[in-house]
Design a protein around this ligand. Structure first.
Ligand SMILES: [Fe+2]
Length: 211
């Protein structure tokens, strides 16, 4: 059965996958000295989701960690401010249409993001799994989910699902199925189907009652 923290891991994987696309596109432009492609524009929505996610961690996960492992989360909060700075640098470079500065900014952003997420997965969330009660883990993930403005949910699904592999799609969909009211989940199903197209059949194979 899917565990609430698996939803966070799935988001982390999606952030990694999107940043990989963004960085590859910036590098390609710099190498070929061709103008920035539309792929680079992904960084805007990527960062909106990253900010919702980081804010959710700061108000829900970090306080829970503080109670069971004092002074650990402050380092992660500093990382988050570093991510904000990485976004600002990238935003400035893209706005200035500076291809080389954009590639440098995506490389720096990717390096910091990957290291930060790796630390969260292997250290921070390990402490959460080991020391925070299952009820409080569920509560924290619920608060994080609420950081996504409801009216942006369709955009979120359209961003998230194509970035996830079959496993993470199964996990995320199963969790939503558990926590969403049936009507809301019916809406989510339509959005997921639209986002992944022909891959829907594979998701139904994994979760037969979607059909
Ligand atoms: Fe984080």
């Amino acid at each position: 059965m899917a565990h609430p923290l698996d939803a966070i891991k799935a988001f982390h994987n999606a952030f990694r996958a999107d940043m990989k696309l963004i960085d590859a596109s910036a590098l390609e432009s710099a190498r070929s000295e061709k103008k920035l492609t539309s792929t680079i524009e992904r960084f805007r929505f990527f960062n909106e989701v990253l900010v919702w996610h980081a804010h959710g961690e700061e108000i829900a996960v970090f306080p829970a960690v503080e109670a069971v492992a004092p002074s650990v989360s402050e380092a992660y909060e500093k990382d988050h401010r570093g991510l904000d700075k990485a976004f600002d640098a990238l935003n400035d470079a893209v706005s200035a249409n500076d291809i080389l500065a954009t590639a440098r900014a995506t490389a720096a952003f990717k390096f910091h993001l990957d290291l930060h997420l790796a630390k969260e997965d292997s250290h921070l969330y390990r402490l959460v799994r080991e020391r925070v009660s299952m009820a409080d883990q569920g509560k924290a993930v619920g608060i994080m989910a609420n950081q996504i403005p409801q009216e942006r949910f369709p955009e979120l699904v359209a961003w998230l699902y194509p970035l996830m592999d079959g496993n993470d799609r199964e996990i995320m969909t199963s969790i939503w199925q558990m926590v969403m009211p049936p009507q809301a989940f019916d809406q989510a199903k339509l959005l997921i189907h639209k986002a992944i197209g022909d891959d829907w059949a594979e998701l139904v194979r994994r979760i037969p009652d979607l059909a």
